[in-house]
Design a protein around this ligand. Structure first.
Ligand code: HEC
Length: 321
């Protein structure tokens, strides 16, 4: 009878250990075997909790099924507490059990420095003004009036650049003595435009391409002055300062970044920077500056045009409602 009673107790302990081991090590090992991946699939903590709870309930039902079962299960515990297995084992047991329990409680409650488990939302939008969704970059598709005005200014040699560039361009004109200030932009569409300008016959398409070249030129220069230290020459998020941030500037050349957002959203992010983001943009705060404080709206749009061009990406097209 004594033997049988001990058996019941140890069966309960063994069942708990086997179920625990099967979930803790068995399932990951099985997942590696099935998927042939070099790493096990993660087993959620809740799965362990549920299975252990179900096992405990089943064992409780089994043990309390009848008076005898319960008696058999409790017998070794009673014997142990009464000193039936010797006083020294009992003393050790009575010290170890509270110590282990205390250690577990301490381990659970002690404050720890841990990485937050929440994933960061890369494009938080809870405070993004809906009306900005339909915004278009005014420099991406210049109007006929803007193109005609550009042609006029080019004809009279009075092309205006953003203020940050004027000093350098003036110095370059002085030193190089070009026929036209737009020769500062030595790209094919600009050459075609300047050649047409000489003949006096400029069509709008040639001028549009040249105007976009000029905007990109300004945008790239502003990008190099303001954004490059963090976002890098190629917009890959690898500027000289990038390593200094916990939240690294992301790689714009990656599909999944600026390609997946409408340009109005990009404008909003550039305008308001890290400080303008809602709480779900944490746990790591973005070091992105608030550019509305130091760049005009025109400058910000020009940079954005250049940014997409450098990254060789196009913004997402806003959905029509
Ligand atoms: C001090 C470093 C720093 C500078 C300078 C900086 N950025 Fe950022 N930028 C960041 C960081 C950090 C992020 C956050 C990355 C993220 O959200 O994953 C960011 C995010 C962005 C995003 C949002 C990307 C997305 O997918 O939501 C855009 C767009 C952007 N920057 C453009 C610019 C432009 C344009 C400039 C220059 C006018 C600039 N940045 C200058 C650090 C910088």
């Amino acid at each position: 009878m004594q033997e049988k009673g001990n058996k019941r107790f140890w069966w309960v302990v063994l069942t708990l250990v086997v179920v625990y081991a099967a979930i803790k090590w068995g399932v990951p090992a099985l997942s590696r075997w099935i998927t042939t991946l070099p790493f096990p699939l993660p087993v959620p903590g809740t799965l362990m909790f549920m299975y252990m709870a179900v096992t405990l309930i089943a064992l409780f039902l089994l043990v309390t099924f009848s008076e005898e079962h319960l008696e058999e299960f409790l017998r070794p515990i009673r014997t142990f507490l009464a000193g039936g297995y010797g006083r020294i084992p009992r003393a050790i047991g009575l010290v170890i059990v509270p110590l282990v329990a205390a250690w577990q409680v301490w381990a659970l409650t002690v404050p720890q420095v841990e990485l937050p488990t929440a994933l960061r939302i890369q494009h938080p939008s809870s405070n993004f003004p809906k009306k900005m969704e339909a915004l278009q970059n005014p420099f991406a598709n210049p109007s006929d009036a803007a193109i005609d005005a550009f042609i006029e200014r080019a004809k009279s040699g009075k092309v205006r650049f953003v203020p940050q560039l004027r000093e350098d361009i003036d110095r370059w004109v002085e030193e190089a003595g070009p026929d036209h200030v737009l020769e500062a932009i030595p790209t094919a569409p600009m050459r075609r435009f300047l050649a047409a300008l000489k003949t006096g016959k400029v069509d709008r398409n040639t001028a549009r391409a040249a105007l976009i070249e000029k905007t990109l030129f300004e945008g790239r220069a502003l990008y190099a002055m303001n954004c490059r230290p963090c976002h890098g020459d190629s917009t890959a998020g690898d500027g000289p300062m990038a390593d200094g941030f916990k939240l690294r500037p992301i790689n714009f050349t990656d599909n999944g970044t600026i390609e997946t957002i409408v340009v109005g959203y990009t404008f909003w992010r550039v305008t308001n920077g890290g400080p303008g983001l809602p709480p779900e943009a944490t746990p790591w705060d973005s070091a992105m500056p608030e550019w509305k404080l130091s760049l005009t709206e025109e400058e910000r749009w020009k940079i954005i045009l250049a940014e997409y061009d450098l990254a060789e990406k196009t913004p997402r097209i806003p959905e029509k409602h």
